[in-house]
Design a protein around this ligand. Structure first.
Ligand code: NAP
Length: 288
C-alpha cells in the first residue's frame, strides 16, 4: 500500500479561501478585526514568525499590530500590556510570542489574555473547555491535527488512536479531543520510550499522531497497514527538515500520511487565521 498524502498546503488554502467571506461580513458590519502580537525582546526566530503572521493577515485583510516590549521588562509590566490590549475594543485577537525572557512564566502571562481574544488557545480556561467537551479557541496546532484527521474522512468512534508526546499545548489537548470523539486513545511519552514500549503502541494505532521533536523516532515498519499518520514534528537535520516519523518507509504502509514539511505546518498557520476570525465574530461554536 502507498499512502495518500494529506496535503497541508491545499487544505490550508481551502480554509483561507473559506475565511474570506466571513471577513467580508465583518468589514461590512464595521466590526473590528485586528490581531495584536506581543514580543518581548528581539530575536531572529520571533522575527521570522511575526513577519509571516503579518503577511498572512494582510493577505486576508486582517489588521496586524506587533509590539516589541523591552527585554528588561518584568512579568508585571508584560501583563499590564496584555491587559491594555484586553481592554482595547479595536483588538480582537492577541498572540504572545514565545520564548519569553528567563524568569517570566509563559503560563502566568497567557492566563491573563482575555479568553475571547486568546487566538492561540493557550489561556488555561480555553484549554479547560476541551476537558469539558466544549472546545472554543484551541491551540492552532491542535486544531490543525483535527482538521487533517477530518480531511482523511475517518470516523473516530471506537478507533485505536495513539498520541505520541504529551506536551501541554499539543499532545494533551489532542488526546482529550480524540477522547471527546470516543476514539480509544493511548498517550505515549518519554517513559513509554524508556521502557521500550513505543513500538508496541504504534503497531496497534489506526490513527497515529506524533508530536515529539526527534527526527525519525517512529520507524516505518511499526506503522499499521492502512493507518492515518499525522506527523507534527519539525526537526532540522543537516540542512533538511524532517518529521518524527520515517516518512518514506511509513508511506508504504499507511493509508494516509502528512509530509514534513507541507503537512501540519501550513494548516497550523491557517488555524491561527481561523481562530482570529472566530474571536472577532465572538463565536462560541464548537471547534476541533
Ligand atoms: P515538547 O513540549 O518538547 O513535547 C515533546 C513531547 O515528546 C513530550 O511530551 C516528551 O515527553 C515526549 N517525548 C520525548 N521523547 C520521547 C520518546 N523517546 N518517546 C515518546 N515520547 C517522547 O514539544 P511540542 O511543543 O509538543 O512539539 C513537538 C514537536 O512538534 C516539535 O518538533 C515541534 O517543533 C513540533 N511542532 C510543530 C508545529 C507545527 O506547526 N508543525 C507546531 C508545534 C510544534 P516528556 O515531557 O515526558 O519528556
Amino acid at each position: 500500500m502507498t499512502a495518500k498524502i494529506l496535503d497541508g498546503k491545499s487544505i490550508a488554502q481551502r480554509i483561507k479561501d473559506g475565511l474570506k467571506a466571513e471577513i467580508e461580513v465583518l468589514k461590512k458590519e464595521g466590526s473590528p478585526l485586528k490581531l495584536a502580537a506581543v514580543q518581548v525582546g528581539e530575536s531572529e526566530a520571533s522575527g521570522v514568525y511575526t513577519r509571516a503572521q503579518k503577511k498572512n493577515c494582510e493577505k486576508l485583510g486582517i489588521d496586524y499590530e506587533l509590539t516589541i516590549l523591552d527585554e528588561g521588562l518584568g512579568q508585571k509590566e508584560i501583563i499590564e500590556h496584555i491587559q491594555k490590549l484586553n481592554q482595547d475594543d479595536s483588538v480582537t485577537g492577541i498572540i504572545l510570542q514565545l520564548p519569553l525572557p528567563q524568569g517570566i512564566s509563559a503560563v502566568e502571562v497567557q492566563s491573563k489574555i482575555d479568553v475571547g481574544k486568546d487566538v492561540e488557545g493557550v489561556n488555561p480556561a480555553n484549554l479547560g473547555w476541551i476537558t469539558y467537551g466544549k472546545p472554543r479557541l484551541i491551540p492552532c496546532t491542535v486544531a490543525a491535527v483535527m482538521e487533517l484527521i477530518k480531511a482523511a474522512g475517518v470516523d473516530l468512534y471506537g478507533k485505536e488512536a495513539v498520541m505520541v508526546g504529551h506536551s501541554d499545548i499539543v499532545g494533551k489537548p489532542v488526546a482529550l479531543l480524540l477522547l471527546n470523539k470516543f476514539a480509544t486513545t493511548s498517550v505515549c511519552h518519554i517513559a513509554t520510550g524508556e521502557r521500550g514500549n513505543l513500538a508496541e503502541y504504534v503497531r496497534k494505532a489506526e490513527l497515529l499522531i506524533v508530536a515529539v521533536g526527534k527526527a525519525n523516532l517512529v520507524k516505518g515498519e511499526w506503522i499499521k497497514e492502512g493507518a492515518i499518520v499525522i506527523d507534527v514534528g519539525i526537526n532540522r537535520v543537516e540542512g533538511k527538515i524532517l518529521g518524527d516519523v520515517e516518512f518514506e518507509e511509513a508511506k508504504e504502509r499507511a493509508g494516509w500520511i502528512t509530509p514534513v514539511p507541507g503537512g501540519v505546518g501550513p494548516v497550523t498557520t491557517a488555524m491561527l487565521l481561523r481562530n482570529t476570525v472566530m474571536a472577532a465574530r465572538k463565536e462560541e461554536k464548537e471547534n476541533g
